[in-house]
Design a protein around this ligand. Structure first.
Ligand code: SF4
Length: 396
């Protein structure tokens, strides 16, 4: 038996991959142990230079406190020297995400006849239903490190949904790299059908979808999201830029008018987004247009990514916007995001919301607004907004 720890960097898909690695090692009879242990797995992210730097740092730290370290995930598939020069006990595991758990578990070795216990570590479970992307945006390394789009069969998704709910998870989040590409061709099910099917999981309290490209936000999908009672009123729709010239240079397949038209029927949904600042084609006026579109779309939370060129992508050789300009634009967008979140939260003062308590003293409303509430972890509590702090809505 080996003791192990698994950590991830990056997005919800990285989280689900790390979860799979963790469960595989538990299934094989190994013992999870935070801090120093025999084996560490670091599931890495390479979406920006900063993400790679943090991933490398995590692997390097783990190498000091663990006998063996496995570097998996997007960063492990990045061409170049991202993890070169790390200590000899670090093994980089490239390859499709579907194979990482088997490769690591095979190397660590299994213990026979052990009945593993899967401790519930979160109220919310992320359910990967799709991986990879075939879109090829000019800045994005994901298609290179994760491969083309592919989907899990409906039956496998529904089995895992039942298992997660039986483990005690109250909320499921359907997750993928490009979720709107989800298809089970044999069952003729797309994302809208999948949402309907997963929402029928007995015992499930809430269902979210993690992130969707605006091109996939069809009338049919919006109808299903609105009509399915367990589906939460929150959507994350990456904008990346509000300037049509920049969107074209990014090869994003939509313009700002299309973005606004497609999100408009979401109405009361809490809309959050990603924006890249300092993309090569972004001048001051282009950035101002991004601010305007964010405002018109009614976005609250903005995840801001200062542009950094990724190896192997269409814009790998281009990074003309000075770091100070990126920093200033990032700060302006983050401030706008802060104000818009506070405004949405202030609207809840004096109103009731149903909050899923996911940590002691904290939880999320249906629209993913954060609440500071009392209640047992894992329960849904009725909360009335009393005041707003920088951390969320204070319940009466
Ligand atoms: S849609 Fe574009 S940004 Fe998103 S993963 Fe695919 S290539 Fe990358």
């Amino acid at each position: 038996m080996a003791t192990f720890s698994v950590r991830f960097l990056g997005c919800k898909v990285s989280h689900t991959d790390a979860q799979e690695l963790r469960e595989r090692l538990l299934d094989d009879g190994h013992l999870e142990r935070p801090g120093a242990a025999d084996v560490a797995v670091v599931n890495t992210c390479c979406v920006t230079n900063e993400a790679i730097r943090k991933s490398r740092q995590a692997a390097s730290r783990a190498a000091r406190t663990h006998r063996r370290v496995y570097v998996t995930g997007c960063g492990a598939n990045l061409s170049g020297e991202a993890f070169a020069g790390l200590p000899g006990n670090v093994t980089v595991v490239p390859g499709p995400s579907e194979q990482a758990a088997s490769v690591v578990a095979g190397d660590v070795g299994a213990i026979a006849c052990v009945q593993a216990e899967h401790r519930l570590d979160r109220v919310r479970a992320f359910l990967k239903v799709q991986d990879g992307c075939s879109f090829g945006c000019s800045f994005c390394v994901i298609p290179l490190v994760r491969g083309a789009s592919r989907s899990r069969p409906l039956a496998a998704v529904l089995r895992e949904a039942r298992r997660r709910v039986e483990q005690g998870h109250r909320e499921l989040v359907l997750t993928g790299i490009n979720l709107g590409c989800y298809r089970d061709r044999e069952e003729r099910v797309d994302l809208a059908g999948l949402v309907r099917a997963v929402a029928d999981t007995p015992g499930l309290a809430r269902l979210r979808i993690s992130s969707i490209e605006v091109n996939h936000l069809t009338g049919e999908l919006v109808r299903v999201l609105r009509a399915t009672p367990l589906v939460c009123r929150h959507l994350h729709v990456p904008l990346q830029s509000g300037d049509d010239g920049v969107l074209r240079a990014m090869r994003r397949r939509y313009d700002s008018a299309t973005f606004l038209r497609r999100v408009e029927p979401l109405g009361d949904f809490n809309l959050t987004t990603d924006v890249i600042v300092g993309f090569p084609a972004e001048d001051d006026r282009a950035f101002e247009r991004t601010l305007a579109v964010v405002d018109l779309a009614g976005v609250t939370k903005i995840h801001v990514f200062p542009y950094s060129p990724r190896p192997g992508t269409g814009t790998a050789a281009s990074d003309p916007v000075p770091p100070a300009v990126k920093k200033e634009r990032s700060a302006r967008l983050r401030e706008l995001s802060r104000q818009r979140c506070l405004a949405r939260w202030c609207d809840k003062i004096g109103r009731e919301d149903l909050v899923l308590v996911d940590r002691p003293g904290r939880g999320y409303g249906d629209d993913y607004s954060p609440w500071l509430v009392r209640g047992e972890v894992g329960t849904l509590v009725r909360a009335r907004g009393r005041a707003v702090t920088e951390e969320g809505i204070l319940a009466a």
